[in-house]
Design a protein around this ligand. Sequence first.
Ligand code: GLA
Ligand code: GLA
Length: 693
Amino acid sequence: MTERREFRWPHPLQGNSQEIWYGGDYNPEQWPEEIWDEDVALMRKAGVNLVSLGIFSWAKLQPSEDTWDFDWLDRIIEKLGTAGIAVDLASATASPPMWLTQAHPEVLWRDERGNVCWPGARQHWRATSPVFREYALALCTKMAEHYRDNPYIVAWHVNNEYGCHNRFDYSDDAMKAFQLWCKKRYGDIESVNAAWGTSFWSQQMGDFSQILPPRFIGEGNFMNPGKLLDFKRFSSDALQEFFRAERDTLERITPDIPLTTNFMVSAGNSMLDYDAWGKDVDFVSNDHYFVPGDQHLDELAYSSSLVDGIARKRPWFLMEHSTGAVNWRTINYRKEQGQLIRDSLVHLAMGANAICYFQWRQSSSGAEKFHTAMLPHAGEHSQDFREVCELGENLKVLSGAGVTSSTVVKSSVAVVYDYESEWASEHTATPTQQVRHWTEPLDWFRALADCGITADMVPIRADWDSYEAVVLPSVYLLDERNTKRVHDYVATGGKLFATYYTGIADGDDHIWLGGYPGSIRDVLGMRSEDFAPLGTDVSGVLDHLNLSNGAVAHDLADVITSVAGSAQVLAQYEAEEWTGMSGIPAITLNVYGEGLAAYVGCRLGREGLARTLPDLLSHMHITASGGSSSASVLRVERVDVNTQEHFVFLFNRTHQDVTVSREGTVLVSSRATVHEETSTATLKANGLLVMKY
Ligand code: GLA
Ligand code: GLA
């Protein structure tokens, strides 16, 4: 593991002060040059101070192997820069041109059946191809040499959303790289055999050349879980190594320009181990697209909190989100009234010091022509553009009030997220396919918010053990190191909540034996002997279990058969005798060392957790802190540690009006009415308030 890079943030253009960056991806090559001036004028009108350029420009910058054309890019950068708009410049390597892939089809990635991913969209390249690497790094070199002295480039945007389409490659290049990766990780083939449990089904390998990527094994068959988990690790690492090669090439020539690459952190997406990537960028940046429906605000807050955790609470950059609908879901819902501004300010509340969109001007052709943008098809005389301008004003006010010097106040509760637990729990041979790691952290984040607590989402490598309370939500893998951390944390006074499907296996996905959750049974003071999946796919099986506290379990319950003398049972199942679950403990609480450890042995979902938590929190002596700590409002606070100035963000979580109390000077409000006489405010649906005290 290399060290974390020093934090570096894009500097403002000369003569400007540090402000919240505001703008988006800009693709001027999609448009005739005649409209570039209008673009720049409207950007100024909207308060845009940064755009990302060149992300998909390779074919235009290098029209053939030996010809380069930077003139058009020079012209637009000059126009932008002289108008005070900074540039986050891409390495432009995301989508290789046709001449390259026709001359070198060996750079195209292959799927698990060996089929080629042909050009026709983007990211049709493999990270492990030495040929592709050479061409991509040559482009990085040209870009950096050409723009090394350009005063308007404030950051490098390396590639784009690595792994979005080319996460898994099963080519021979990938196979060789996977063999090397295994060699580096394990040293000798016997250790790989041991880690992957290859004595099962006669899979022993005699040397590293026998390691294959997890290629097609027939529908419905089951891939070796150890190999599959390692292939996910390898695939994340291979792309990360490619990123580092691009980064280092750019940095050699332009050492003063900070570099980032845009992650895709959201609750349902664990393609890459973004926490491992976080140490390799100068500043973390993220792309986030809203989940329509009742999760919208909570999922957004959860994801941005996780980005804040990955950034270790240093400022981060919202590189992309949408003003309205995307165009890649089956049904692409609009945003509701107020959500354009609200969503941006939630990211800001959670630590983003840059608010950017995909994209500036909505395309009229190409695969994303129905994806909304800052300047929609309808043009500047549109509700969306007016709100984009209003948001620009809001951001100016917040910059002026000093928000960029503040960071997110640490919560009392950390909810742990672990990419590898998600990867391992995705395997198809498990007690139930209804249970994976990622859903549980989101349920806890939401249920805690229902109790007035805005938790911090904390990656497992980070400092979750410094919080008053910690949730391990279906953290399926607990290696020796994290097992020890859990022990030390509770022994020294920590308050732990662990759930079903936590601590089942070690870092190699070998089951901890002797009963579940193997490695932390003693901390929790309970032992489960079996899994009781709950389902509806066949009639006559248990589909739910009622708990004595009124909550209802779905999907999975643990068969807890013993509870230590130091533990108490807070709830048990109420079921008929034949089920074998009647009277089985569902929720337990143990005293361990100086700390407390609660176990929730079934999937309660957000609703069941919200019902259970008030009692559980009070057993654990945890109180919701902060002002308006009601379920109807999401409250986030940032603080400037030097001036002790606090910024309070309140967001209405409901579709009804809610009344909140004023906690200082109101800086920004949206869909809110402030009542001076009573020092309160009413937030409409999607309404918000930002205050300073
Ligand atoms: C991703 C990509 C963008 C664009 C948006 C919208 O985030 O980085 O280029 O495709 O999605 O779909
Ligand atoms: C079959 C196979 C066994 C085992 C069981 C349980 O019967 O013959 O090797 O895989 O299924 O899945």
